[in-house]
Design a protein around this ligand. Structure first.
Ligand code: UDP
Length: 240
C-alpha cells in the first residue's frame, strides 16, 4: 500500500528495495515508469489533476528528498527513507551495466545527454548507451521512433516535472522500452555540468539549501516548500 502525502501516493521502500523493484520492472513484460516527486511537485499536483494522475500512475513513486520524508512523518505515516532520483538512477545504471542492458538518455540542453552518456559508459563498464536526444524538441513522434529503433531497455526522461511524467504516460508504450524514469535535472549532474551537494549537506537534509546557494534563481520554486509544510499541517489537523 502506498503512503499518501497530500494526494501523491509514495512507495514505502528503502533505496535498495527501490533499485530491486526497478530491476524487476526492467525484466517484466509491458512498460513501466518511475516518478520521483519532491514537495514542489506535490504542490504542483495539488493544482493540476492531470499531473497528479500521471504521477500516481507510475509503477514506482519515490520520495526525492527530505521534504517528503518530513511531510510523511508529520502526517503520522513515516516513509522508510529518502530515495533521491539521482541516486536511484546511478544505482540502476550499475544494474543495467551488470545485466548488459541498454539505456537511452532523453532531456536537457543540446550536448548534455551525449556527455552524460559518455561519462556513464566510462564509469560503468558493460553499460550500453542506446542513444541520446536533447529535451528541446517540438514533436514527440520522431523522438519516440528514435528510441524504439534504438532498442533501449530503459530510458531516463529528464524534461522537468510534470512534463516528463506526462511524456512517459503518453509515449512510454510506443518507445518499446520496459522502464522509463523521470529524473529532472539528473543529466546535467551526470554530464558534470551541475554539482551535487557534498555528502555533509545531504546527510543533514540540507541538499536543497546547498542547491539554492549555487542556483539562487531557484528561490521562487523553493518558496513552494513552506507552502507544502503549511498544507501538511492543515492535513494533519484534518486527519485527527
Ligand atoms: N528540460 C528539458 N526540456 C524542457 C524543459 C527542461 O530538457 O522543455 C530539462 C532542463 O534542461 C533540465 C531538466 O529538464 O536539465 C530540469 O531540471 P530541473 O533542475 O528543473 O529539474 P529538477 O531536478 O529540479 O526536477
Amino acid at each position: 500500500m502506498r503512503i499518501d502525502v497530500l494526494g501523491v501516493g509514495f512507495d514505502n521502500v528503502t533505496m535498495a528495495e527501490a533499485v530491486a523493484e526497478g530491476q524487476r520492472l526492467l525484466n517484466t513484460e509491458g512498460v513501466h515508469y518511475v516518478a520521483t516527486p519532491n514537495p514542489e511537485i506535490i504542490e504542483l499536483c495539488r493544482e493540476d489533476p492531470e499531473a497528479l494522475s500521471v504521477v500516481n500512475g507510475a509503477a514506482l513513486v519515490l520520495p526525492d528528498g527530505i521534504g517528503v520524508i518530513k511531510g510523511a512523518a508529520m502526517l503520522g505515516t513515516p516513509l522508510k527513507e529518502k530515495t533521491p532520483g539521482i541516486e536511484f538512477a546511478e544505482r540502476l545504471v550499475g544494474k543495467l551495466a551488470e545485466e548488459g542492458k541498454s539505456l537511452y538518455l532523453l532531456g536537457a540542453k543540446p550536448g548534455v545527454a551525449e556527455e552524460a552518456g559518455t561519462r556513464l559508459a566510462a564509469r560503468y563498464p558493460g553499460l550500453r548507451i542506446a542513444g541520446t536526444h536533447d529535451g528541446y524538441f517540438k514533436e514527440d513522434a520522431p523522438v519516440v521512433e528514435g528510441i524504439r529503433r534504438s532498442g533501449a531497455d530503459c530510458v531516463f526522461v529528464c524534461l522537468g516535472a510534470p512534463k516528463q511524467e506526462l511524456w512517459m504516460a503518453k509515449n512510454g508504450e510506443a518507445t518499446g522500452a520496459r522502464l522509463l524514469c523521470g529524473l529532472g535535472g539528473s543529466l546535467d549532474v551526470f554530464a558534470g555540468r551541475v554539482e551535487r551537494a557534498p555528502e555533509f549537506w545531504s546527510r543533514h537534509g540540507l541538499e536543497w539549501f546547498y542547491r539554492l546557494c549555487k542556483e539562487p534563481r531557484r528561490l521562487g520554486r523553493m518558496m513552494k516548500l513552506p507552502l507544502f509544510l503549511v498544507h501538511v499541517r492543515t492535513e494533519r489537523r484534518r486527519r485527527k
